[in-house]
Design a protein around this ligand. Structure first.
Ligand code: FES
Length: 148
């Protein structure tokens, strides 16, 4: 089945099994490797991208469900890492191993678009991405910096 959608502003037409997870289309068909596979069951958030401006977990999003939609991966979030969340991440040296961080940044950019000044409680509630290195204190500081 052909699935047509936009990725990072470019129209794409992918001939693929409609049940294929969006994550594998992004990584294997489109060769955009910034979006990561962690758990594969929607729990960790490493695979987070935006679909029509909303954060989604691409490992549990089938490609047919994005037909006609607009997907943004970490590569398309901003030119030259200029998004305020990316700048805050750099300033606060957030990543340790870095594996989960693209998903974290995509989730946080969506959270801040909806809630520009989140409290610590808001962050604890709204950010459910998992970081094995435990960078949560730096993540929280960077979120507040990006929100400022
Ligand atoms: Fe998708 Fe973990 S890989 S939520």
């Amino acid at each position: 089945m052909k699935v047509d959608f936009t990725v990072n502003g470019s129209a794409r037409s992918i001939d693929v099994d409609p049940a294929t997870p969006l994550l594998w289309v992004i990584r294997d068909y489109l060769k955009l490797k910034g979006t990561k596979f962690g758990c594969g069951v929607g729990e960790c958030g490493a695979c987070t991208v935006h679909l029509n401006g909303e954060a989604v977990r691409s490992c549990i999003t089938t490609v047919d469900s994005v037909a006609g939609g607009s997907v943004t991966s970490i590569e398309g979030l901003s030119p030259n890492h200029s998004h305020p969340v990316q700048q805050a991440w750099i300033e606060h040296a957030v990543p340790q191993c870095g594996y989960c961080q693209s998903g974290m940044i995509m989730a946080v950019s969506d959270i801040l678009a909806k809630n520009p000044s989140p409290t610590d409680e808001d962050i604890d509630k709204e950010l459910t991405n998992i970081c094995r290195c435990g960078t949560y204190p730096r993540v929280r500081a960077a979120i507040h910096a990006a929100a400022a």
